[in-house]
Design a protein around this ligand. Structure first.
Ligand SMILES: *Cc1c(COP(=O)(O)O)cnc(C)c1O
Length: 394
């Protein structure tokens, strides 16, 4: 059966040219970058080449990029590596974040709260945007960090990052952003945006899983995350995941080269998918910001349907989608992001995230648009509530 993948925000396939770049570094070029000999030097040079490519994608300096094991580690590190240092040196213990962050941020904040830190979770409006006045009003004497995600992974909303950076700078507060969904999907310049720290992940931009990076602006103090050898300027010890770092670098290079084309293509497919569903299905709402959003993200709530039932029905006809974030599927809790938008259970229960990517075709969208109304209609026929509302009309 034809399989259509519409879950690019969960992960992406590794592009062929990226895999090819990685392969020699598993076998004949297997050196440890810390070794003095030729094998080691070759690996080290290639890791630094990858560092340059990753830096270039976000307008950073090569020395400001630290490789990690992915977006989750970068988020953990950004918060923890500053929190304890700030408390010890400056008696500052307050973090400002939002209610719609990825769990890598939210669960890290919860741990810090248990350890005596204070966290403000900003509300968002119906589009999922934070309010800048709220942000200003929540700043206190003891605030050391603002951590607000760049692009939301469930509803795709892009936050006013430049304005947040300006507010942080004016108040002498560090600004960290989880940009895992933004990197490779929007133009980013960390200097223009006044970002001090930025998390990214390779497997969301067609690179391998288990590798990512944290950008740390020059002059920003952070304590080491993993202790051991002298790798990553003694801040993140452990022998480098050389093939994956090389793959990540290649992914960053391709992402930058194709950025405008990629954005145009995804936006076109997203609009076609969104319009096709909205025009042919009733009792559905489109979540997230109408314009300021991830180019490939469609997030919908269907009334009178269980999201899980919809995912299973789509899977049967070969369509891979998500109910929101990869981390919440499998649990019956409603998405914290959709709840923060102020949606009731009648909507959040029927949520669906469809994310298009570089290998999505127009035929894929046509196929989904053909199948979706049929699936939704069938599922709704089983809903007693739907019967009550629509029964009289038929
Ligand atoms: C995927 C994702 C992460 C986690 O990144 P991993 O590399 O999978 O650990 C963090 N934040 C956001 C917004 C994400 O989409």
């Amino acid at each position: 059966m034809k399989r259509i993948y519409l879950d690019y925000s969960a992960t992406t396939p590794v592009k062929k040219e990226i895999l090819e770049e990685m392969l020699p570094y598993f076998t004949e070029k297997f050196g440890n970058p810390s070794s003095i000999h030729k094998f080691g030097r070759d690996a080290k040079a290639k890791v630094n080449e990858a560092r340059e490519k990753v830096a270039k994608l976000i307008g950073a300096n090569v020395n400001e990029i630290y490789f990690t094991a992915g977006g989750t580690e970068s988020d953990n590190w950004a918060l923890k590596a500053t929190a304890y240092d700030m408390r010890n040196r400056n008696k500052k213990n307050h973090i400002i974040t939002s209610k719609i962050e990825h769990h890598a941020i939210l669960h890290t904040c919860e741990v810090l709260e248990k350890d005596g830190f204070e966290v403000t979770y900003l509300d968002v409006d119906k589009y999922g945007s934070i309010n800048l006045e709220d942000l200003k009003n929540s700043i206190k004497e003891n605030t050391f960090m603002i951590s607000i995600m760049f692009v939301n992974n469930e509803i795709g909303t892009i936050q006013p990052v430049k304005e947040i950076g300006k507010i942080a700078k004016e108040n002498g507060i560090l600004f960290h952003t989880d940009a895992v969904q933004a990197v490779g999907n929007v133009h980013i310049d960390v200097n223009d945006l006044n970002i001090d720290m930025l998390s990214m992940s390779s497997h969301k931009i067609y690179g391998p899983k288990g590798v990512g990076a944290l950008f740390v602006r020059k002059g920003t103090r952070i304590t080491p995350f993993i202790h051991g050898g002298a790798q990553e300027k003694q801040r993140r010890a452990g022998t480098e995941n050389v093939p994956s770092i090389i793959g990540f670098g290649k992914a960053a290079e391709i992402a930058l080269e194709n950025l405008d084309m990629h954005i145009d293509k995804l936006t076109y497919l997203r609009e076609k998918l969104k319009d096709g569903i909205m025009n042919n299905v009733s009792h559905v709402i489109y979540n997230g910001h109408p314009e300021k959003r991830h180019p490939g993200n469609v997030n919908l709530c269907f009334q009178f349907i269980e999201g899980e039932a919809m995912l299973l029905s789509l899977d049967i006809v070969g369509v891979a989608a998500s109910s929101g974030s990869a981390c919440t599927s499998g649990s019956l809790d409603p998405s914290h992001v959709l709840m923060a938008l102020g949606l009731g259970h009648e909507y959040t229960n029927g949520s669906l995230r469809l994310t298009v990517g570089d290998f999505t075709t127009e035929e894929d969208i046509d196929y989904v648009l053909e199948k979706m109304p049929v699936i939704i209609d069938r599922l709704r026929q089983m809903s007693p509530l739907y019967e009550q509302i629509e029964g009289g009309n038929n």
